[in-house]
Design a protein around this ligand. Sequence first.
Ligand code: UDP
Length: 314
Amino acid sequence: MAKKTVLITGGAGFLGSHLCDRFIARGFKVIAVDNLITGAQRNIVHLSRHKDFKFIRHDISRPLKVAGGVDYVLHFASPASPVDYGNHPIATLQAGAQGTQNALDMARAKKATFLLASTSEVYGDPLVHPQKENYWGNVNPTGPRSVYDEAKRFAEALTFAYHRVHRVNVKIARIFNTYGPRMQIKDGRVVPNFIDQILHKRPLTVYGNGRQTRSFCYVDDLVDGITKLLFSKLRGPVNVGSPREFTILEFARLVKKTYDPHARIVFMPLPKDDPKQRRPDITLARRTLGWQPKVPLEKGIQMTMDWFTRHYDH
Ligand code: UDP
């Protein structure tokens, strides 16, 4: 049987590169598309000689044509950390708007299944807890996070419009905080920040009073959830994330206790519109995909710490 082809936008990014690995391991042909503004070639360099892997350096907010068949289009291209999308606000809006449209046009032209990487940020600073897929969210439309939040909300709307108008087979995953190897150490997110601070013996920086909550999912679990969704009948949107919720201060204390009991915790200003609480209700993913995260936070953080220790020169 001919191999199926999957095209992954953002294929050199954190999640995209793990998806490339998974699809290569499962015997697919993989085309990774990335403009490398926040992705990095080092994330996919180990695949560069693989006969079924191809990298195209391209900004998906401009139209893209590829030769041959494509069976699946996974749209993962976008700056995704608050610091990164704060540094690239217009590129983030473009990745969500024109980028999503170009990826949908590709899926339509190739009669491929399309999967959108959406986000828990569509719920904004949620007034409902935990967040279920039928919650419409509480987003500041002009604040500093709006470039990401509204881009992804627009991307979800466009994805459903392509389904309704052009009958494209679409799927939407709402991805909650995910961590693991290949995050950029300087992307400003809490997991790489704390790891960087531990490795350099600097104080752990907690923003605000640290009572805001997040639920962290290890990247391998996330990739399992995405592949299950892709090959299921479910269209979504579906939450993919960990239901184990921590306050950021609890998380800092856990990192301190595990890696350096002498580490100091310092408090810094809370960024504007930082969501106060976030935890996915994953009933839909559990029931329809038979999916839930397996890797405990302590183990996932250890694997991430090991990776950063090996890959960065301290
Ligand atoms: N945060 C923190 N210290 C840091 C980085 C982040 O306390 O060094 C907090 C941040 O204010 C937020 C949470 O950790 O409440 C998660 O932030 P992150 O940027 O990882 O992801 P977000 O969920 O905000 O997109």
